[in-house]
Design a protein around this ligand. Structure first.
Ligand code: SRM
Ligand code: SF4
Length: 548
């Protein structure tokens, strides 16, 4: 619980003095002597969808030559539920090719990130995103982020219904300041929309995330969200949502007061109440979240400090009515189901760590030029090509077969996820995206040698304890500690319903394989019919030796 007289964090002052997210961004963009902007303004820039970064691979060499870091900006696009039209895909691809580092990065929140944008091109890029009917608003910063939504090929009516609710939440909870239009889209200053009726001038104490899932699919890892909506379906119709709150992954090594946490179900709402419930939860967090210590400022800590009963009554008082009790739910998996959907209208492909080369060689560009349906980015950084016309099936199959996109990955590879980490992430302690290919190949080899070829195990890697790939929910989770060193977490649920405790700390690649080998041996010999790896590890109660 924060001390009542604790001083506000620096970010609180930056936000309050920013004139609703303007700060000195305008001046910073026009300063030509540096590729960077002022430190305080980097905090505000996040609300507009961009992070200042630098190429960490180049730091030693540039340092030796006394050069400024190789600054550039990452731009994150807001794509509620991850759905893009082919025209939007082509537009983002062209931006990545012309102004980014030549790649598109599909993210673990169903968005697209463009890396490597120079300061001088930032305005052009954000305007081009807007011209494609998209925006970058609130993809970062102390606001509600991109709302996630199940992508699995559901019956299209049901998908459209839940996606519409996720999109409505994303729109309703956007900041209303006209700073975005002024800074990036050339609008006149001081329009009458310039106020923040939901957030107020200090916005939220910290980021806020919402996810919507349709059981038994839990692809959006709904219990990792600040606020999760779990659809209740009866006879194919949407009755409403069980609502859960207080999830989150982020932690800091050596600081036990920070921890990953699962969201707890606290109510049920009908579809037409969902947006109002989301606003009531957000307002509760706005009013009670910790504004002194940013490491304790997520909703998960507010609920842990005050209790779920208190939280529910605060939400109900803002909503103006009581919530019905939560309904029961059960999940089957968090991962994607690859290949063609039963009705052959959708094809799900693995995109290695969500990274796609932009330009004419891209298979998705070729598909976008002929596809009349949509693309759905999954919460596992993969892609569903949805709404495929029968006469396009064979052409799309051929284009995918000719690429490194894989509709039939090994079950381990298909479930695996890594965060971006080096070289662009300023917080990375270890490799992640660039480590995943070797890791999955070696673990697949180990599985084969243990008589477990083709075993489906949920593996996730993050380059630091912030947990952007949600590793604490995996059956095998690796969390970066130092270059080449990871903490190994074991025993999460395949369905995203259980956290994996730390099993060993500070292992190198060989140590990871040596630790897993005997456990795989036991699993091959002793698992019960259908028993998942995470459940097996839990049943065996292997003694954890975190510092070993
Ligand atoms: Fe994340 C910060 C990348 C999903 C928890 N995350 C970052 C930054 C922006 C680093 C920074 O602050 O300077 C990373 C940029 C790397 C780069 O070079 O692109 C970054 N996060 C990502 C992405 C791209 C990972 C990926 O490989 O897909 C995901 C972008 C999602 C999106 O489209 O919006 C991404 N981040 C997540 C998730 C997963 C989720 O939301 O479902 C989490 C865990 C859930 C949670 O929030 O608790 C997550 N990211 C964090 C945190 C820890 C927050 C905390 O409560 O402690 C940070 C650090 C921070 O906020 O201070 C962070
Ligand atoms: Fe960067 Fe850490 Fe997130 Fe990976 S988990 S992208 S290293 S902040």
């Amino acid at each position: 619980m924060p001390a009542p007289d604790a001083p506000l964090s620096r970010n609180e002052t930056i936000k309050r003095e920013s004139h609703l997210l303007r700060g000195g961004i305008e001046e910073g963009l026009s300063r030509k002597v540096t590729g960077a902007i002022e430190e305080d303004d980097t905090q505000l820039l996040k609300f507009h969808g961009s992070y200042q970064q630098d190429d960490r691979d180049l730091r030693p060499e540039r340092g030796k030559r006394k050069l400024e870091k190789a600054f550039f900006f990452m731009v994150r696009v807001r794509i509620p539920g991850g759905v893009l039209t082919p025209a939007q895909w082509l537009a983002l691809d062209a931006i990545a090719r012309d102004y980014g580092n030549g790649t598109l990065r599909l993210t673990s929140r169903q968005s697209v990130q463009l890396h490597g944008v120079l300061k001088s091109n930032l305005r052009t890029v954000i305007a081009a995103v807007a011209a494609a009917g998209l925006d970058t608003r609130a993809t970062c910063g102390d606001v509600n982020r991109t709302v996630m939504c199940t992508t699995a090929p559901l019956p299209s009516r049901l998908h459209a219904e839940v996606l519409a609710i996720a999109t409505a939440m994303s729109e309703h909870l956007l900041p209303r300041s006209s700073a975005y239009q002024e800074l990036w889209l050339g609008a006149e200053s001081g329009t009458d929309r310039d106020a923040e009726p939901i957030y107020g001038p200090a916005y939220l104490p910290r980021k806020f995330k919402i996810g919507v899932v349709v059981p038994p699919v839990n692809d959006a890892d709904v219990l990792s969200q600040d606020l999760g909506f779990i659809a209740v379906i009866r006879k194919g119709s949407l009755l409403g949502f069980t609502v859960a709150a207080g999830g989150g992954m982020g932690a800091t090594h050596g600081e036990p007061a920070t921890y990953p946490r699962l969201a707890e179900p606290f109510g049920f709402c009908t579809p037409d109440q969902a947006v109002a419930v989301a606003e009531a939860v957000l307002r509760t967090q706005r009013d009670y979240g910790d504004r002194a210590d940013r490491k304790h400022a997520r909703l998960k800590y507010t609920i842990a400090d005050h209790g779920l009963e208190w939280f529910r009554s605060e939400v109900e008082s803002r909503l103006g009515k009581p919530l019905a009790p939560p309904r029961r739910f059960a999940f089957a998996h968090t991962g994607d189901r690859f290949g063609w959907s039963e009705d052959l209208s959708a094809l799900t492909v693995l995109v290695p760590s969500g990274r796609l080369k932009a330009g004419d060689g891209s298979p998705i560009v070729a598909i976008a030029r002929r596809h009349g349906g949509t693309f759905r980015i999954t919460p596992n950084q993969n892609l569903v090509i949805a709404g495929i016309a029968p006469d396009q099936r064979s052409a799309i199959t051929a284009l995918i077969a000719d690429s490194d996109l894989d509709p039939t990955p090994t079950p381990l590879r298909g479930q695996a996820m890594a965060c971006v980490a080096l070289p662009t992430c300023g917080l990375a302690l270890a490799e992640s995206e660039r480590y995943l290919p070797q890791l999955t190949a070696d673990i697949d080899g180990l599985l084969a040698r243990s008589g477990l070829a083709g075993a489906e195990i949920l593996l996730r890697v993050s380059g630091c304890p912030n947990g952007c790939s949600r590793p604490y929910l995996a059956e095998i989770g690796l969390v970066g500690r130092a270059p080449g060193r990871y903490d190994l977490h074991l025993g999460g649920g395949f369905d995203g319903s259980r956290l994996a405790p730390v099993f060993r700390q500070n292992l190198d690649h060989a140590g990871i394989l040596e630790t897993l080998a005997p456990i795989f041996g036991d699993y091959a010999a002793e698992r019960k019919e259908g028993e998942r790896f995470g459940d097996f590890v839990l049943r065996k109660a292997y003694p954890a030796a975190p510092n070993g």
